[in-house]
Design a protein. Structure first.
Length: 102
């Protein structure tokens, strides 16, 4: 099945279930996580990397001292947001509490 960009309404509907995530101009699904220190932020990068490999879909990760910025879109549809991006975001949200992310 071909991947298609989500409509603005579909995007808004999915964002309602992902507090803290946002979409800029339909082109980039993103969130910043905050941590008490660097080690839990780095550990979350390892978990996110594993999830990305399982899904075969990869985000841009930017690790700071106590932050992790995640941004994702689907290149095969011109850098728009698709269901693949929301699947990844939901999987990331599922592991975030294990690292004390807020």
């Amino acid at each position: 099945m071909a991947v298609e960009p989500l409509s603005p309404q579909e995007t808004e509907d999915r964002l309602a279930g992902l507090p803290g995530w946002s979409v800029a101009e339909g082109e980039l699904l993103s969130r910043t996580y905050r941590f008490d220190a660097h080690p839990p932020a780095a550990a979350m990068v390892a978990d996110v990397s594993r999830i990305q490999e399982e899904l075969g879909h990869h985000a841009m990760l930017t690790l700071g001292y106590n932050t992790l910025d995640i941004a994702v879109n689907t290149h095969s549809v011109g850098g728009r947001v698709t269901e693949l991006d929301f699947d990844l975001a939901r999987r990331i949200e599922a592991v975030a509490p294990e690292h004390g992310a807020s």
